[in-house]
Write a protein that binds this ligand. Structure first.
Ligand SMILES: C[S@@+](CC[C@H](N)C(=O)[O-])C[C@H]1O[C@@H](n2cnc3c(N)ncnc32)[C@H](O)[C@@H]1O
Length: 334
């Protein structure tokens, strides 16, 4: 059986503090089930992600191209490496997600990994672009990554400033790149009163027309903001419960001065679960210093979701800094 070696982007080890090996192995096992004997391989001092597979068809090559750390693919022939051409993974330039730089930004490579393993768990057949929601959208790393991979993107963000910065970045970016689009911010009114804002964009990409809708508001009101709309996948990087200057990144936890994101997740997860289509999946990354894996799994189970466990699903925990050990969990709505 042919053996393949995937070269990772040089930045992969910086993202995961030297632990990119196990994470990218787990990602490939979940998102490319045709790959067997997946392992970290070192060759002449360079590390690769190795796997065996029958001859790779178009869908297989696409799955490899979408690996969050994929840089190049080779087929190993004895001591020689033969380059294998990969299709383009993104439907637009990836600077959509790499240009914005700010404190609190979720790493774009990790965001792609989280989105990939969540979408791999969706069992519902698509009938157009997948509908993705990030209910803690920040300045939009998940939204942009979702669009790059050819999906429609939707968001909710509690910090009005982050929302404004995201909207103005998109407007400038789409204009400068000469991408055919519409993009506007409108007030959201309830009973005649302005309760927040929404940003709506439509853009022409290589994959056809994609839409982006994002609201300001508390994530626990996400269902009220989107009404009857349901999502194929909800993908989010939860607040870490660490201080950014004088404030924490958790907003409005029931009025208590609670620095832990656990209170927020307890109230938000049932709302998010109700916004998922049957056969859809929720993928969440969080700081394990504030909430154990077992406790998060119970919150998801109590909301009627089935947590994906065992094997590669238990190999994503990694250190971000001294106060953050990040892990991810995916749960499916039966
Ligand atoms: C870890 S950050 C996500 C960052 C985002 N992925 C990005 O790269 O821009 C968590 C976000 O949740 C937002 N947040 C915290 N509590 C919230 C709440 N109750 N409702 C809505 N957003 C909230 C914070 O303002 C922050 O932007």
């Amino acid at each position: 059986m042919p053996r393949y070696l995937m070269l990772r982007t040089p930045s992969a080890n910086r993202v995961y503090a030297g632990e990119s090996g196990p994470l990218t192995v787990a990602e490939l096992e979940i998102t490319a089930p045709f790959a067997r004997e997946v392992s970290d391989v070192e060759l002449a001092g360079v590390s690769y992600l190795g796997f065996e597979a029958d001859a790779l068809g178009e869908a297989h090559l696409e799955a490899v191209a979408r690996q969050s750390a994929c840089f190049a693919l080779f087929e190993a022939e004895g001591d020689l490496l033969r380059p294998v051409a990969l299709p383009r993974a993104f439907v637009m330039d990836d600077d959509l997600v790499t240009i914005p730089k700010y404190q609190g930004k979720t790493n774009e490579q990790f965001t792609q990994l989280l989105l990939g393993v969540t979408l791999a768990s969706v069992t519902r057949e698509p009938n157009g672009p997948r509908q993705i929601l990030d209910p803690l959208a920040g300045r939009g790393t998940t939204l942009s990554t979702a669009l790059l991979l050819g999906n429609d993107a939707h968001g909710v963000e509690g910090d009005a400033k982050s929302f404004e910065q995201m909207a103005s970045f998109y407007k400038t970016y789409l204009r400068r790149k000469r991408i055919r689009h519409t993009a506007d911010v409108h007030p959201v009114r309830r009973d005649g009163k302005a309760i927040g804002k929404r940003f709506d964009a439509e853009l022409q990409t290589e994959a056809g027309r994609l839409t982006l809708t994002s609201f300001t508001g508390d994530t626990r009101t996400s269902r009220d903001l989107f009404g009857k709309k349901k999502f194929d996948a909800i993908v989010t990087d939860a607040p870490y419960g660490v201080a950014h200057g004088a404030t924490t990144d958790v907003r409005g936890t029931s009025g208590r001065r609670d620095r832990s994101p656990a209170g927020l997740l307890r109230e938000a997860i049932p709302v998010w679960a109700s916004q998922l289509m049957h056969g859809g999946a929720l993928g969440l990354s969080w700081n394990t210093f504030g909430l154990t894996r077992e406790d998060l799994a119970s919150l998801l189970t109590d909301a009627g979701l089935t947590v994906r466990e065992g094997g590669p699903w238990e190999r994503f925990a990694h250190r971000v800094d001294s106060s953050i050990k990040r892990d991810l969990m995916v749960a499916v709505k039966p």
